[in-house]
Design a protein around this ligand. Structure first.
Ligand code: ADP
Ligand code: MG
Length: 186
């Protein structure tokens, strides 16, 4: 089963001169995907429109291209899959694909607050994936803010412990590419 991305853009289409917090060398390094074999995680942080999802998709496409299994879900979708897996066959299959993926992409983590049950389900998934697959997370909030969104400090610490054990964190900044490059009719 093929990974479904919200849009298809490659890393070659990423304009590195527009994103000063990232170097060509860093992109090239990530593109080699050695980190996938070592189950390293990647966390892409920054405000909206700076290229977090684009880079995640670009790396995902690169990984698919050389034969890795990749899954892509937004955090909202993921929580929904986890909550309905017990009675929805579709969710079961989606979860199976996520657990079998070499690279699990979770787009905009912590966009909304989670309740206790959701945080628990999320923890169990991260625990299952831990040391078996690489995870790319994109978020507009840094790990230091995840606690308040997940509610439970104990669970947050357990999740962070696993996610941050082997991780590369990239802070993207700057103006929204969408706004800078918006097309106008007039
Ligand atoms: P976010 O950081 O909110 O996830 P996206 O990665 O989705 O933002 O980027 C928003 C849009 O701008 C996408 O269409 C993406 O391809 C484009 N974009 C962002 N940064 C760049 C860049 N440096 N070069 C080319 N396109 C970019
Ligand atoms: Mg995004």
């Amino acid at each position: 089963k093929k990974a479904k991305f919200p849009y298809y853009k490659t890393l070659d289409e990423f304009n590195i001169s527009e994103q000063h917090s990232l170097s060509t060398r860093q992109i090239e390094q990530l593109k080699k995907l050695n980190w996938l074999d070592q189950q390293y995680n990647l966390i892409l942080l920054g405000p909206p429109g700076v290229g977090k999802t684009h880079i995640a998709i670009g790396l995902g496409l690169e990984a698919v291209h050389i034969g890795y299994k990749v899954s892509f879900n937004t955090m909202g979708e993921l929580i929904n899959i986890l909550k309905t897996q017990e009675y929805l066959r579709k969710s079961q299959l989606q979860l199976k694909a996520i657990k079998e993926a070499d690279l699990v992409i979770i787009d905009y983590l912590m966009y909304m607050a989670m309740d206790q049950r959701e945080a628990n389900l999320f923890f169990h998934l991260i625990n299952d994936l831990y040391e078996r697959s690489s995870i790319i997370l994109t978020s507009n909030k840094g790990p230091e803010q995840w606690g308040e969104l997940m509610g439970d400090m104990g669970i947050t610490t357990a999740i962070l412990d696993r996610l941050l054990h082997r991780v590369e964190v990239i802070h993207l900044n700057g103006e929204s590419y969408r706004i800078k490059n918006r097309s106008t009719i007039f």
